[in-house]
Every structure is written in structure tokens, then in C-alpha cells.
Design a protein around this ligand. Structure first.
Ligand SMILES: [Ca+2]
Length: 151
């Protein structure tokens, strides 16, 4: 399981797409589906995630204080507003870096089990589990993503 999975699918601007994901994957020894681990069940291993979540809140505050969108602490999930290990879609449409050289963020959205999404700008779709950067080595399993253009 990679931090970026290239779907090879190009999403057009203004197109509406339906995403449906099935399967099971594991973060270390926490099993979950593409919806991630906010299912209300508690596993002892989630303590690590919970610690990461608190750390993530601090990260959000630092981002606000420093106005640095790229602040990413070790052990925090990549998308703070999306559950741990949920399937995330990223449209590679960030474009040119900002004037100070920081890369422009791509359009990311939660896919989970299913969603609909209209890209704001066109781009190739990448997908990944919402894990912490550098913590992909202990992941297993796979989910199958089906994408249908609705209009
Ligand atoms: Ca992991």
C-alpha cells in the first residue's frame, strides 16, 4: 500500500463522479474498511491513533498561528478532517507553487465507502489511506475503487 496510488484516471472539470470502495485493509493490526476507523468501536491499538489525533489538533493550531498549511507533524494523519485510514482521493490539480515556493495543495476529499465529487479543477486522481506520512510500511490489504461518471 503506497502513500500515493495512481488511478490513471483523469477527472474533468465540472464532471460529477461517483466513487464506490470495497475491501479491507489493515493499519498495523487495526482492520477497517475504506470508511476508516471512526466507527465507534475501540481497539487498544487506537490509543496510538488517539494520541496522534491530539497531536494533530496541536498541528492545526500551529498551522493557524504560523499560516503554514504544510505543517505536518510526525505521526499525525495526512488529512486532519478525515478519519484515520479512510480512503482519500486527491486530484492532482494544485498547479504552480506559491510565490514563496511552497507547493500549492491538491484538491483532496474523503471517499470512504462512497461519495460523489465534482472536481473544482481537472487533474489525475490519486487515492490513499489516510495514514501518517512515513507509516505506510505496516499497512496491508487493499480496497477496490469503482469510479463512475454521473454527468
Ligand atoms: Ca500505518
Amino acid at each position: 500500500m503506497e502513500p500515493w496510488n495512481d488511478t490513471g484516471i483523469y477527472l474533468e472539470k465540472g464532471g460529477e463522479y461517483r466513487f464506490e470502495a470495497k475491501g479491507q485493509w489493515m493499519d498495523r493490526n487495526i482492520k477497517c474498511g475504506p470508511e476508516g476507523t471512526n466507527d465507534g468501536k475501540f481497539y487498544p491499538e487506537e490509543i496510538f491513533h488517539t494520541a496522534g489525533t491530539l497531536w494533530g489538533k496541536l498541528e492545526e493550531i500551529i498551522k493557524k498561528l504560523t499560516k503554514n498549511d504544510q505543517a505536518d507533524f510526525l505521526g499525525t494523519r495526512r488529512e486532519e478532517k478525515i478519519p484515520w485510514f479512510a480512503l482519500v482521493g486527491a486530484v492532482a490539480n494544485g498547479g504552480n507553487p506559491k510565490k514563496d515556493g511552497t507547493p500549492a495543495p491538491h484538491e483532496t476529499f474523503k471517499i470512504g465507502k462512497k461519495c460523489r465529487h465534482v472536481p473544482k479543477k481537472p487533474g489525475y486522481l490519486y487515492a490513499y489511506a489516510n495514514d501518517a506520512w512515513n507509516f505506510y510500511r505496516n499497512n496491508r490489504g487493499s480496497v477496490h475503487l469503482k469510479i463512475t461518471r454521473v454527468r
